[in-house]
Design a protein around this ligand. Structure first.
Ligand code: ADP
Ligand code: AMP
Length: 208
C-alpha cells in the first residue's frame, strides 16, 4: 500500500530539506502546502491573493482552504507514496486528514516530529535562501549555494515574521504532538543534528 508520512515541526526545522532527499532517493511525492501557496502567490491566482495576506503576517490560512488543496492533491496522486510537509498544522486539519485518508483508503504510516529549539530555528530561517527556479533550499552558512546560483530570501523569513510564525507553531500546531502520540503514530527525530544524521534517523523510522 502507498506510504503516507507527515513531517511535523516548527518552520525551519529542516522538513523541506529532508523531503527533498526522500523524493530524490525513494521517489516520494513531496506535498508542501507552503510551496503550493507560494506558487499561487507568484502566479497571482485568487488563492494566491488570499494566501499572501496571511503568509506575510506569519498567520495560518483557514483550515477549509488548506484541506481543499490537500484533498485535490491526494486524489490527483492516486497511489503514490507521499510526504505531507507543513500539513496538518491545526487539530482541525488533522481531524480532516483522518477523514480524508479514510475516504481514499490510505493509512497514515508515521508522523515524524522534527524536534529543535526556537533559537536554532531563528538561525536557520534567517540564513535560509531558496533557488526560485528549482525550489532547492540553501543556507548562507550551513549549506551555501554553488557559485553563480541566484537565490532569494523568502518574504516571511524576516525576523519579525519568523517570531510570529514560531508563536503560531507553539499555540496552534504543537497540540498535534499529543494528538498523534495518543494514536501511536508519533516518531521523534532530533532535528538539530546534521542533515545526513537526521536523514538516517528518518530512514530508520520508515524502515527504509
Ligand atoms: P522547513 O521546511 O522545516 O521550514 P528547511 O528544510 O527549509 O526547513 O530548512 C531551513 C533552513 O535550515 C534552510 O536554510 C536549510 O538549508 C537549513 N537546514 C536544514 N536542515 C539543516 C540541518 N540539519 N543542519 C543545519 N541547517 C539545516
Ligand atoms: P511553510 O512553507 O510551511 O513555512 O509555510 C509558509 C506559510 O504558508 C505559513 O506561514 C502559512 O501562512 C501558510 N501555510 C502553509 N501550510 C499551511 C497550513 N497547513 N495551514 C495553514 N497555513 C499554511
Amino acid at each position: 500500500m502507498a506510504l503516507t508520512v507527515v513531517f511535523l515541526g516548527p518552520p525551519g526545522a529542516g522538513k523541506g530539506t529532508q523531503a527533498e532527499k526522500l523524493q530524490k532517493e525513494y521517489g516520494f511525492y513531496h506535498i508542501s502546502t507552503g510551496d503550493i501557496l507560494r506558487e499561487a502567490v507568484s502566479k497571482g491566482t485568487e488563492l494566491g491573493k488570499v494566501a499572501k495576506k496571511y503568509m506575510d503576517e506569519g498567520k495560518l490560512l483557514p483550515d477549509e482552504i488548506i484541506v481543499g488543496i490537500i484533498e485535490e492533491k491526494l486524489k490527483e496522486l492516486g497511489n503514490a507514496n507521499v510526504i505531507l510537509d507543513g500539513f496538518p498544522r491545526t487539530v482541525g486539519q488533522a481531524e480532516a486528514l483522518d477523514k480524508l485518508l479514510n475516504k481514499l483508503g490510505r493509512n497514515l504510516d508515521a508522523v515524524i516530529l522534527f524536534e529543535i529549539s526556537d533559537s536554532e530555528v531563528i538561525r536557520r530561517l534567517s540564513g535560509r535562501r531558496v533557488d526560485p527556479k528549482t525550489g532547492k533550499i540553501y543556507h548562507v552558512e550551513f549549506n551555501p549555494p554553488p557559485e553563480g546560483t541566484e537565490v532569494i530570501q523568502r518574504d516571511d523569513d524576516k525576523e519579525d515574521v519568523i517570531k510570529k510564525r514560531l508563536q503560531v507553531y507553539h499555540s496552534q500546531t504543537s497540540p498535534l504532538v499529543e494528538y498523534y502520540k495518543k494514536k501511536n503514530k508519533l516518531f521523534v527525530v532530533d532535528a538539530s543534528k546534521s542533515p545526513e544524521d537526521v536523514y538516517k534517523d528518518i530512514l530508520s523510522v520508515l524502515k527504509l
